[in-house]
Ligand binder design. Structure first.
Ligand SMILES: Cc1ncc(C[n+]2csc(CCOP(=O)(O)OP(=O)(O)O)c2C)c(N)n1
Ligand SMILES: [Mg+2]
Length: 673
């Protein structure tokens, strides 16, 4: 806690109204100083937040990552000043008043929207509306799963969410509340800032939804209260805590509450109130203090909350110390996978190099997962209703079901976006390594949450199968073309497109080891031959060659005349083209397999130079060209897709779109001669 706390003494009884007014004042002053931000929501929800924190929440600012803390998610992330005001008032070390004075400035902890990792106690990044509530579903699920493994004595906390009209209008909220209701995530409590206002004006401009009925239909416990009646809010939280279902508390509020002229208007949503209205608000709410000044007695009342949390944390630590579950829980929360996982993957590679196993990379992934999941129970799998296409379940994985959270396989339903957000929540909560599957094409549907996996640096593993026209008959609606470019354009995301069973196992290893970065495994539906060092005397090596991002799979005996670079299913085509060039035309062609652009970019320049070579280059990928010019340069060529695919058997499609060894060889001849 910051130093001011120790000096504080209670002066007089402080009401929750006073405590809430501190939030209002800090929010309007910070937004005014920044000349940017959203005062309306923090002012409207100040009373609800005060009741939640002063009476219920268990967090300890001096140990912000204590595993059994309650989670607080500000889904309506534009109201970030609510979170920052709370953190200052509670006494987080890294949130002195100066941070509030630097709201929205470069390098401050008080970014425009709450950013995970910028300040202690921010449980997840929010701002894209609806992400918070959907991420919270993953957190609440992880809590139940961890409790099932380690016992209620050690894992017993709530996930509280503040969501606005916007969060509930976004489609992702539908996926999230349906899943939470089905799974009976009783530790999830959502406060809806029911102020009937969004940016354009009254919500009646665009919705007639009966939200209470919607949540009830999804299996939630639903209450409706006056969000400025602190007793009603308190009673509702108590009832919600008792429910065996997730809870919605619809809090009727006035946006910008306290501002005498602008309160209730969309004008308070996203702009400073202005000096005159701020002065009038101070008078109206009886806040007789200078900007950024909070009187000691009110600050003391807030700091007492932190002390309650500290006591709860200490009691938990004592229970942990005495528990036989201690080591298991600590190691799960640390997220360290045992060496046996990687030993198993090493043995797997050796076996399948020797057997030259030819399978689709989605199948190879299933086989690798069999080894991984047998060696650790930290991994929790799932799919958006494509389990037997994505091949994400392995032997002995019990499913997660309502009231039964001991399993490790989640049927996310046909909810790609909800699945991705839930996986973010599971990863952020800690205790598990989530992976989940869908078709690569539906990365579009999951994209909002995938972007946040990357922005937050979470170890979330996306298993995306049916990765090209190679899926065949389902046709262009299901055949990704532009998706690889989109994913590769996303910062801090590793996109793996392995060429065979060996690379698939290597890419799984890299994804599991990548603790601070999400991964996408892009996998084929069609069978692919084992390609690793087929021309070498010593086919197996312990080295994970995919860890370099790209490597020379085939180096000709003579000086290279051309370098063929490919990923995934097209590496086989590149190898066939190289052989054809050599035997039919006497042209020496190297083949580079490039399963992960991002890791290749991280290699030193010398290594990259050796791999890419100085001969003309041809890239082969059954996808859009965008991005490939980086690797092929001005003198190179590209063999791939130039538009959408079509519905037909895969071999016909490869011929139709001219992605064949012949086409590659012809492109090489054109380049060289
Ligand atoms: C996915 C997404 N779309 C649009 C926005 C831009 N936006 C920010 S706040 C907001 C309106 C939110 O309304 P509400 O949740 O009712 O917030 P209130 O005005 O009540 O504070 C919009 C459209 C966003 N942040 N995220
Ligand atoms: Mg609103």
């Amino acid at each position: 806690m910051n130093s001011q706390a120790a000096a504080l003494k209670p002066v007089a009884a402080v009401s929750e109204r006073d405590m809430a007014n501190a939030i209002r004042a800090l929010a309007m002053d910070s937004v005014q100083k920044a000349n940017s931000g959203h005062p309306g929501m923090p002012m409207g929800m100040a009373d609800v937040a005060t009741v939640l924190f002063s009476r219920f929440i268990n967090i300890d600012p001096s140990a912000p990552n204590w595993p059994d803390r309650d989670r607080f998610v500000l889904s309506a992330g534009h109201g970030s000043m609510l979170q920052y005001a709370l953190h200052f008032l509670l006494g987080y070390d890294d949130m002195p008043i100066e941070e509030l004075q630097r709201f929205r400035q470069l390098g401050s902890r008080t970014a425009g929207h709450p950013e995970y990792g910028h300040a202690l106690g921010i449980e997840t990044t929010t701002g894209p509306l609806g992400q918070g509530i959907a991420t919270a579903v993953g957190m609440a699920l992880a809590e139940r799963m961890l409790a099932a493994r380690h016992g209620a004595d050690l894992v017993d906390h709530f996930t509280y969410v503040i969501a606005g009209d916007g969060c509930l209008q976004e489609g992702i909220s539908h996926e999230a509340i349906d899943l939470a209701g089905h799974l009976k995530l009783s530790r999830l409590i959502v406060f809806w800032d029911d102020n009937s206002i969004s940016i354009d004006g009254p919500t009646s401009l665009s919705t007639s939804m009966d939200q209470a009925a919607r949540f009830k239909a999804a299996g939630w416990h639903v209450q409706s209260v006056d969000g400025h009646d602190t007793e009603a809010v308190g009673a509702a939280i108590e009832a919600a805590q008792q429910s065996d279902r997730p809870s919605l508390i619809a809090c009727r509020t006035v946006i910008g509450k306290g501002a005498p002229n602008l309160g209730g208007s969309e004008k308070t949503h996203g702009a400073p109130l202005g000096d005159a209205e701020i002065t009038a608000t101070r008078e109206n709410i009886g806040w007789d203090y200078a900007p950024f000044e909070v009187p000691d007695d009110i600050l003391f009342a807030w700091r007492e909350i932190a002390e309650r949390g500290q006591a709860a944390r200490r009691a938990w630590e004592q229970r942990l110390a005495a528990s036989p579950q201690r080591r298991a829980l600590e190691s799960a929360v640390a997220g360290n996978l045992p060496d046996t996982v990687f030993d198993a993957l090493g043995a797997f590679r050796k076996e399948h190099v020797e057997k030259a196993t030819k399978v689709a990379t989605r199948k190879a992934s299933e086989m690798a997962l069999g080894a991984i999941n047998a060696a650790t129970d930290l991994t929790v799998g799932g799919s958006a209703d494509l389990t037997h296409s994505n091949l994400t379940i392995t032997k002995g994985m019990d499913r997660i079901a309502p009231d039964d959270y001991a399993g490790r396989y989640i049927h996310y339903g046909i909810r790609e976006h909800g699945m991705a957000a839930a996986m973010n929540g599971i990863a952020l909560h800690g205790g598990f390594v989530p992976y989940g599957g869908t078709f690569l094409c539906f990365a579009d549907y999951a994209r909002g949450a995938m972007r946040l996996s990357a922005l937050m640096g979470q170890r979330v593993i996306y298993v995306m199968t049916h990765d090209s026209i190679g899926l065949g008959e389902d046709g262009p609606t299901h055949q990704p073309v532009e998706h690889l470019a989109m994913l590769r354009a996303t910062p801090d995301l590793n996109v793996f497109r392995p060429a065979d069973i060996i690379e698939t196992a290597e890419c799984w290893e890299l994804a599991l080891k990548s603790k601070n970065r999400p991964s996408v495994l892009v996998l084929s539906r069609q069978n692919l031959p084992m390609l690793r060092q087929a021309h070498s005397d010593e086919p197996h090596s312990d080295e994970n060659r995919s860890s370099h991002g790209a490597y020379i799979l085939r180096e000709p005996a003579e000086h290279r005349a051309v370098t063929l670079i490919a990923t995934g299913s097209e590496v086989e085509i590149a190898v066939a083209a190289a052989e054809r060039l050599e035997t039919e035309h006497g042209i020496a062609a190297a083949v580079v397999s490039m399963p992960c652009w991002e890791l290749f970019e991280e290699q030193d320049a010398d290594y990259r130079k050796v791999v890419l070579g100085s001969a003309p280059r041809i890239a082969i990928e059954a996808a859009a060209r965008l991005g490939w010019d980086r690797w092929i340069g001005d003198t190179g060529a590209f063999v791939g897709m130039t538009g959408f695919g079509a519905s037909a058997p895969a071999p016909d499609l490869y011929r139709h779109f001219d992605i064949t060894p012949e086409a590659v060889a012809a492109a090489a001849l054109k380049l060289i001669i």
